[in-house]
Design a protein around this ligand. Structure first.
Ligand code: DGL
Length: 271
């Protein structure tokens, strides 16, 4: 039994896809969420910059006494996970391994598509883990650099012609190639799930990085005896590095609750 909170971070709103699942599957746990909204998007940045940013994000979160951290960001997970794990003395879960395990288990045709940020695709991390788990799978990875800025600007609703056009352009090559499973390798992308599912059709199974990593964290807490077994509902604190109002507005829609005046701003460069 461990009553300390779990830290979760992302470049912005994407990690909320993991928070949504965590609150459902670990309702008694307290969460501290940080979204680096002043520096989003992370997806086109160099490894050095991503390591600098993620070290700061983690240092901020660790100013609280945490029992574990979920890196709810594909870009940080694919480029910086091992370094952050080596530098920190608490369990840190990334999104790549659990997501790949799920994709391998659901794919029938063994053709797995993966969409993510440029930095994640460049890293080759998803491909390497998929091949290690099952050398027989074929993998096609495509970057979707416009998705994150569109989501951060609230353009994720069905019927929005801009996001629908961009989604069709990005996804068509994967569909023509014959993927039967599509990894949403960036945690922002499940906010586009309805749109992506419409373009892909019922023959393609979507696997969401944020969701799978939340299940992985649950398994880890149980295995290490770190679950919080109290009765009451846990709380989530939200921190961002830029305007709290903008974050609250979109996060409220996504989490389906009123978050007004609950997010606090942090000077992340000070960490
Ligand atoms: N949610 C981040 C990820 O999973 C988005 C990266 C970005 O900010 O471009 O990769």
């Amino acid at each position: 039994m461990d009553g300390r909170p779990i830290g979760v971070f992302d470049s912005g709103l994407g990690g909320l896809t993991a928070v949504r699942v965590l609150r459902r599957i670990l309702p008694e746990e307290d969460l501290v969420y940080f979204g680096d909204t002043a520096r989003v998007p992370y997806g086109g940045r160099s490894r050095e910059t991503l390591l600098k940013y993620s070290r700061q994000d983690l240092r901020f979160l660790r100013s609280r006494d945490l029992k574990a951290v979920l890196i709810a960001c594909g870009t940080v997970s694919t480029t910086s996970l091992e370094t952050l794990q080596a530098e920190n003395d608490l369990p840190i879960v990334g999104v790549v391994e659990p997501t790949c395990r799920r994709a391998v288990s659901v794919s029938r045709s063994r053709r797995i598509g993966m969409i993510a940020t440029l930095a994640s695709v460049r890293s080759g991390a998803y491909e390497a883990v998929l091949r290690r788990l099952d050398p027989s799978v074929e993998v096609l990875c495509r970057p979707c650099p416009l998705f994150v800025p569109l989501v951060e600007n609230g353009r994720f609703r069905k019927g929005d012609v801009v996001i629908e056009t961009v989604a069709r352009e990005y996804l068509t090559p994967l569909l023509e190639w014959g993927a039967d499973t599509l990894i949403l390798g960036c945690t922002h992308y499940p906010l586009l799930e309805e749109i992506i599912a419409d373009v892909c059709g019922p023959g393609v199974t979507l696997v969401s990085a944020g969701e799978e990593s939340a299940y992985e964290l649950k398994r880890l807490l149980k295995a290490q005896g770190l679950r919080n077994d109290r009765e009451r509902q846990g709380e989530t604190e939200f921190y961002v590095s830029d305007r709290a109002e903008d974050f609250e507005q979109i996060a409220s829609v996504f989490l389906q609750e009123n978050l007004r005046h609950t997010a606090r701003r942090v000077d992340i460069e000070g960490y």
